[in-house]
Design a protein. Structure first.
Length: 137
């Protein structure tokens, strides 16, 4: 999950930066305010990349997605981009968790196979070799 979510957040850093460039051209917004808000959002994205697996990390990511959609008030194109990134965030969290669960199952199966293999070696048999008693039956 961490890799997918971090990839989404890194892409959002660029989108926020470009939205800041567009918002900077607005006569209604002060340049300092635009870059303060954009800078905070970009740093938050970067920090969230490292916090994603910690408690509250995903929820902070959702708060960021809501803020990204809400930034459409200043830059109307951000309504659409924010919605797209919210969908990407959902997919990153949803499929990332599914991938993490599959990896855990695979690791558990590999460990079980390794234990079974080492048990056979401890009895003096090669892995996968049947015992002499099983051959006699």
């Amino acid at each position: 999950m961490r890799t997918l979510c971090a990839s989404t957040l890194i892409a959002e850093i660029f989108v926020i930066g470009f939205a800041g460039l567009v918002a900077m051209k607005s006569d209604d917004l002060a340049v300092g305010t635009v870059w303060t808000v954009c800078g905070i959002a970009m740093v938050l994205c970067l920090l969230l990349c490292g916090m994603i697996t910690r408690p509250g990390g995903v929820q902070l990511g959702w708060a960021l997605q809501i803020a990204l959609v809400a930034s459409g008030v200043a830059v109307p194109a951000m309504f659409a981009l924010g919605a797209i990134f919210a969908a990407l965030w959902w997919a990153s969290v949803h499929y990332g968790r599914a991938i993490d669960q599959a990896k855990a199952r695979w690791a558990e199966q590999a460990e079980a196979q390794e234990r079974a293999g080492s048990g056979e070696q401890a009895q003096g048999r090669a892995p996968g070799q049947a015992s002499a008693e099983a051959d006699a039956v």
